[in-house]
Design a binder for this molecule. Structure first.
Ligand code: PRE
Length: 482
């Protein structure tokens, strides 16, 4: 943004990012008359902001009324260089705002001029996007060469650790007025196109269309890759293991209802050909959908995934007492089944209403408003370390050895490694024999983690590394699943 322009020739707008979004403050012309034609004065909360064109600096003054009247309090609270567009936080009377730049005041008669500026910018963007795409193609070739000559373990295109680095950097670079999620969505598509240019990429997800897993797959891989819906979580693993798809997406655990059993169980039977590459969190909001015109009292049967039922227990006990409940492989499959039967409903994503021609009977029916589900992106190897990773392991212990599990876990303490999750599932091999799952901070290729895993082997049977992946922050607010 060019803030060094000579703004004094026209009246100016100050673009400010407030908790309510970007607002545009027009300058107060009296101030210019009383002060100098080179200054602009903006009222923000109870302060005055003065931009002096000659100095290229923005001052904040106390006492707005006095400043407008010309007799201001000279206490200079804050000075900044507008030309640098450094974001500045103003906190006063509970009002927080971020300065995002200055622009000329526009009138409808400027429309032609403004559109021609947009045309020029679009031409620059297309040139730059293609320049970026060419670099990405070369990155793809470099990765293939490195893998062939043994300089790299694999030539995977999707690099969650690199993407995280890119998204973090974009957040730092972005001073608005576009909000960071908008920048991220744009770059999601840029990287999606970049991935598909390097190689044809296919993503298996727990289908059919409209599952929460589908949403996560799309959020992660964008519009330029191919998607293949699978009937079950096991099928997603099989597709990745057999190499018929490049990556898979499966639900892992919900903030309220805990682990997704089918995912843990399939990890237990994996031959080692599947590794976690990335994690993703999705806020989950459930709806009750039924055929058009069906009221709540007419519902006789409700379909959902076990997780969907588990996350809406209080709604079910209040509003669906005596209604038959049927567990199916996914929430979107539930919607599809309900759409074929009068008197049937589904607990699923509201997006399924349009996809399966259903009416929304109730929405936001999840027990917790911050209901969130964590998903894994799986492939045939994990990515290389980022600065902040997690690792998931599964193992069994000899349960005849007293304290075997405690001994295995104490290794983490010795190595100063944080345990972020622990769970268990019956192994299915013999009664009372369990697979333990533990998630820890760090990457399997970090020296400390590698030596902790080595030490754990002394106390464990069948220890397997299920993958290492960059940590994502769970969203602060929300609800979701399958
Ligand atoms: O850096 C890489 O490894 C790339 O392949 C390039 C790129 C990108 O477009 O920036 C594309 C896909 C990866 O997931 C990460 C980054």
């Amino acid at each position: 943004m060019d803030c060094s322009k000579n703004w004094s020739k026209s009246s100016a707008l100050l673009h400010v990012l407030t908790p309510q979004g970007v607002c545009h403050l027009r300058d107060i012309p009296e101030a210019r008359r009383r002060r100098s034609p080179e200054t602009h004065l903006f009222a923000l909360s109870s302060s005055a902001w003065i931009y002096d064109n000659r100095e290229g600096e923005m001052d904040r003054r106390r006492g707005l009324r006095e400043v407008i009247a010309g007799g201001e309090d000279e206490t200079n609270i804050c000075k900044m260089t507008a030309a640098s567009c450094t974001p500045l936080l103003i906190a006063r009377n509970q009002f927080a705002a971020k300065f995002v730049g200055m622009g000329e005041e526009t009138t409808p008669s400027d429309l032609g001029h403004l559109r021609s500026r947009i045309d020029t910018l679009d031409a620059d963007l297309v040139r730059l996007l293609n320049e970026r795409a060419s670099v990405s193609v070369n990155i793809g070739l470099a990765k293939q060469k490195a893998a062939k000559t043994g300089k790299a373990a694999d030539d995977h295109i999707h690099r969650p650790s690199r993407e995280k680095q890119i998204y973090d950097r974009l957040e730092t670079l972005n001073h608005g007025p576009l909000p960071t999620p908008a920048i991220q969505a744009i770059f999601r598509e840029v990287m999606s196109a970049s991935i598909s240019l390097q190689r044809e990429t296919t993503i298996a997800f727990l289908g059919p269309r409209g599952t929460y897993t589908h949403q996560v797959a799309f959020n992660r891989f964008g519009d330029s890759v191919q998607y293949v819906a699978q009937d079950t979580i096991e099928d997603v693993f099989d597709a990745v293991e057999s190499g018929s798809v490049t990556y898979g997406v499966v639900p892992f655990e919900n903030s309220r209802f805990g682990s997704v059993q089918a995912t843990l169980d399939r990890f237990c039977t994996s031959s080692g050909g599947v590794q976690i590459r990335a994690e993703a969190y999705l806020p989950v909001q459930h709806s009750l959908l039924a055929n058009k015109g069906t009221s709540q009292s007419q519902i006789r049967r409700v379909y959902s995934h076990q997780q969907g039922f588990g996350q809406c227990q209080s709604y079910i006990s209040q509003h669906l007492r005596g209604v038959e409940r049927i567990n199916v492989s996914s929430t979107a499959h539930a919607a599809d089944l309900a759409s074929r039967e009068p008197g049937s409903a589904a607990i699923c994503s509201p997006a399924c209403a349009t996809l399966y021609g259903l009416d929304v009977v109730a929405t936001g029916i999840e027990d917790a408003k911050d209901n969130t589900t964590r998903f894994f992106i799986i492939g045939n190897t994990s990515d290389s370390p980022s600065a902040d990773d997690r690792t998931l392991l599964s193992f069994t212990v000899d349960h005849r050895q007293p304290g075997a599990l405690a001994d295995a876990l104490s290794v983490l303490k010795t190595h100063n490694i944080n345990l972020t999750k622990i769970d268990s599932r019956p192994s299915g091999q013999r009664p009372w024999h369990f697979f333990f799952f533990i998630e820890m901070t760090g990457h399997m290729h970090n020296e400390n983690v590698a030596s902790a895993i080595d030490d754990m082997k002394a106390y464990c049977l069948d220890l397997r590394i299920l993958g290492s992946y960059p940590s994502q922050r769970p969203p602060a607010e929300a609800g979701a699943i399958i």
